[in-house]
Design a protein around this ligand. Structure first.
Ligand code: NAI
Ligand code: MG
Length: 367
């Protein structure tokens, strides 16, 4: 049957970049006979405006049913003073939590045409293609006990707890090994086993999952601080990096800056397999709603388009078509087309959001 895709454009530039993704989806339908059962719904501030909540139960239920969810971005200054539970971000957090999306995939890919855009030297990043897998539903952001209180000495004390169970570590490790098999067959696991008990367990469990289930994948371990150094020194030594929630938050932001603009970065968050074997999945660009440029045709749609490419690869078993879409993006960049965020000192042809989308469709046509 036709796979289903739920589109949640959200706020700010979300709807603008999603319009360009729609062009790509239409192209696949018309030219490659790849059909999707696409539906669209509200999330974030726009859902609050219409329904008084950032995500309705109905939309949540649709997301649970869909083969994949593609989200634009949420948020905006007009919602900053809302009650915590009504803020646009709560809509996104509810999706991630109720879908139990424990494996967050953040690729750091450096297109040759943008290598001078990186904060590092061209030869360190050109052609870079690594994947950071961050555990997303546990660890120090969720562990109990937590809170700020006054301790026995009458001093205020802030507490968080890093807590990981064996099964939480094992499932994200499996997700990393599965990815590695489809890529460079190499996983580097990062923790701080030298100073953290949860890190000791992390290392043990990742090694056990490897030895029992994925002995053919090359596994190494690294302390997360050293990992940060290596990411900046010679990132091409890595293929897949798997790490916990906190270290993954930090390391994926570091890796993001290896590749240039926020407008280029896709992500995927995967959960357990559904009955049809597909994982629960939410795809979204890393960037936010960019209220400073919303409504001006300035947004770079590539992060959202590459998020759809990830959906093709990880939800719809269309790896070759995902390659085709990534190659089309690479081609328009090589031709010098640049949205404002990509305009560096070396110049280029300035294009709007929709011109970028059209150019990628044209490149697909030529593929
Ligand atoms: P942001 O990512 O929206 O913007 C940061 C800077 O990058 C801005 O100067 C923006 O113009 C630029 N930028 C971002 N995406 C771009 C694109 N596709 N093309 C060109 N330029 C782009 O982060 P910021 O400003 O901190 O937050 C704005 C709003 O977005 C806030 O309400 C925030 O809560 C929300 N947000 C939502 C996220 C999500 O939906 N996943 C993630 C981060 C922030
Ligand atoms: Mg972060």
């Amino acid at each position: 049957s036709t796979p289903s895709l739920l589109i949640l454009p959200g706020d700010g530039i979300g709807p603008e970049v999603m319009t360009e993704v729609r062009k790509i989806i239409d192209w696949y339908g018309a030219k490659r006979d790849l059909q999707f059962d696409v539906s669209e719904d509200l999330v974030g501030g726009i859902a609050y405006d219409k329904h008084g909540v950032p995500l309705t139960d109905e939309t949540m239920a649709k997301a649970q049913e869909a083969d994949a969810v593609l989200l634009g971005a949420v948020g905006g200054p007009q919602y900053d003073n809302l009650d915590f539970s009504l803020k646009p971000e709560r809509g996104l957090l509810r999706l991630r939590k109720e879908m139990d999306l424990f494996s967050n995939l953040r690729p750091a890919q450096c297109f040759d045409a943008l290598a001078d855009f990186s904060s590092l030297k061209r030869d360190v990043v050109a052609g870079l293609d690594i994947m950071i897998v961050r555990e997303l539903t546990s660890g120090v952001y969720f562990g109990e006990p937590r809170g700020v209180s006054v301790n026995a000495n009458g001093e205020r004390e802030g507490v968080n707890t890093q807590r990981y169970t064996e099964s939480e570590i094992a499932r994200v490790a499996r997700s990393a090994f599965e990815l590695a098999k489809r890529r460079g067959n190499k996983v580097c696991s990062m923790e701080k086993a030298n100073v953290m008990e949860s890190g000791v367990l992390w290392r043990e469990v990742v090694q056990e999952v490897h030895d029992k289930e994925y002995p053919e994948v090359e596994l190494s371990h690294m302390y997360a601080d050293a990992g940060g150094m290596q990411l900046c020194r010679w990132p091409k030594q890595f293929d897949v990096i798997v790490t916990d929630n906190l270290f993954g938050d930090l390391l994926s932001d570091v890796a993001a800056m290896l590749t240039g603009s926020l407008g280029m970065l896709p992500s995927a968050s995967l959960g357990a397999p559904m009955e049809n074997g597909r994982p629960k999945a939410l795809y979204e660009p890393v960037h936010g709603s960019a209220p400073d440029i919303a409504g001006q045709g300035k947004a770079n749609p590539i992060a959202c388009i590459l998020s759809f490419a990830m959906a093709l690869r990880y939800s719809f078993d269309q790896g070759a078509e995902a390659d085709r879409l990534e190659a089309a993006v690479e081609k328009v960049l090589a031709e010098g087309l640049r949205t404002a965020d990509l305009m560096g000192p070396e110049g280029g042809t300035p294009v709007s959001t929709s011109q970028m989308g059209d150019a990628i469709v044209a490149a697909l046509d030529a593929s």
